[in-house]
Design a protein around this ligand. Structure first.
Ligand SMILES: [Zn+2]
Length: 185
């Protein structure tokens, strides 16, 4: 594994650690969950079917890059945020990781992954992989949801599907920092 992969994993662990319900959890457990979520996400094969995409403005003000709405199924892409992210990649010299146009492609892949993770059979398989036991009833185990794990799986899927050099999580975190910094000025 490369150093870049370790850095992405550190980011993923930080995301989990900052997610409500995970305060005070064993860092090794969080790391294991992050690894499992990344592996699960990068191996997912969501429905290849067409998704309706709606482009709109106002994403920077709302803190949104894209989002999936299930009824009716549609992916909203916020073009102003996509443009800002593309500029940020140029400013940071991250083009070798995120080629031109990859922000939009990664956002679509990310939302497709979220839609896929909504399917009951996928959810069940993901929970089993994470192995967070909520309850044991005799020989039966009930698995709990791991908050933040869907987000990590969606980023891992987007990275794999778009062939990116780093996780889009790096980009979204840098973008959030840049945008909040600019809005304070
Ligand atoms: Zn997401």
């Amino acid at each position: 594994m490369t150093g870049d992969h370790d850095e992405d994993l550190d980011l993923a662990v930080r995301l989990l650690a900052g997610t409500p319900t995970h305060e005070g959890r064993d860092p090794l457990m969080l790391r294991q969950w992050a690894l499992t979520a990344e592996e699960f996400g990068s191996r997912m094969a969501p429905d290849p079917g067409p998704v309706r995409v709606v482009e709109q403005d106002g994403g920077l003000a709302a803190g949104l890059l894209a989002r999936y709405r299930s009824r009716p199924p549609v992916v909203e892409i916020y073009v102003d945020t996509v443009d800002r992210a593309e500029r940020l990649i140029a400013e940071r010299d991250w083009r070798h990781w995120f080629p031109v146009g990859s922000v939009r492609a990664a956002a679509l892949a990310h939302e497709r992954a979220h839609a896929w993770l909504h399917h009951a059979h996928v959810r069940a398989e993901f929970k089993r992989a994470l192995g967070h036991t909520a309850l044991r009833l005799g020989r039966r185990r009930l698995y709990a949801h791991v908050a933040g794990a869907d987000e990590l799986a969606a980023h891992a899927y987007a990275r794999a599907a778009c062939g990116l050099g780093r996780s889009p999580l790096l980009l979204t975190e840098a973008l959030a920092a840049a945008v909040s910094c600019e809005s304070e000025k």
